[in-house]
Write a protein that binds this ligand. Sequence first.
Ligand SMILES: Cc1ncc(COP(=O)(O)O)c(C=O)c1O
Length: 283
Amino acid sequence: MIYFNGSFVPEEEARVSIFDRGFLYGDGLFETMRAYRGKVFRLDLHLQRLFHSAKIISLSIPKTLKELEEAVYETLKENNLKDAYLRLTVSRGEGERGLDLPLSPRPNIIIVAKPLSPYPKCWYEEGLRAVVVRVRREKGSRLSGIKSLNYLPNILAKVEAKEKGADEGIMLNRDGYLTEATVSNIFLISQGRLLTPSLESGALPGITRKAVIELAPTLRLEVLEREIKLSELMEAEEAFLTNSLRGVVPLTQVNGRPIGQGRPGKITRAITQAYSKAVEDDS
Ligand SMILES: Cc1ncc(COP(=O)(O)O)c(C=O)c1O
């Protein structure tokens, strides 16, 4: 059952208009989240990011954060799910012709919950192979900081990565600094310190990224958020990607060259364990 503007409808009946601006222009936002044993990890932060992003694009969400929180849990319940993939989409709804914002906006709010099919074991045991792609992200752009319905750059990055035989694409900004992968933030270990591109570089403020940054001190790891050169990644001791659905995934090869020893490293493992424990303690 799909949550659709306050009601639950079967999947086949959940339909938006062909004039919905989400469909016409990618005018809307989304969040992808994961429920573990009936609890959505960091749901409050996902919803805060959604409302913050809505403000940036002048989209007034006709529900409160609390109401959406309840709606997410009701969706899990309606579908009898405890461990799940969740997607919350808010589109600006139908508008008059043209780009002007509708005078009386009626956003569509949709929540989908599905059982989460497990990701390949080899991702976690051997790590992912990535290539640096042609797609660039904008440094300092507010659009890089929100999860809008326009994922074309990320889609093109993924296509290019696949064409080059890799699992993931890493995007740089126009100054050549690292930003993130197609659906994940990126971290690297250099001289025993944890480094991740600053949000200013053009990365999404990932919820998992934030969790990892907060966990680092418990592992006596210093964290640096700053501009990072591609060469620093190539010379790193370890690297990994973070995403709410996938968790922490080792990154062991970039542009055909191994990162560190070319297998998941000790610190990546420690962070994976700490993250799993944070999830467990939370659920
Ligand atoms: C472009 C991009 N960067 C980073 C992330 C990771 O964000 P989060 O940890 O909130 O899932 C995502 C998640 O989908 C993403 O699409």
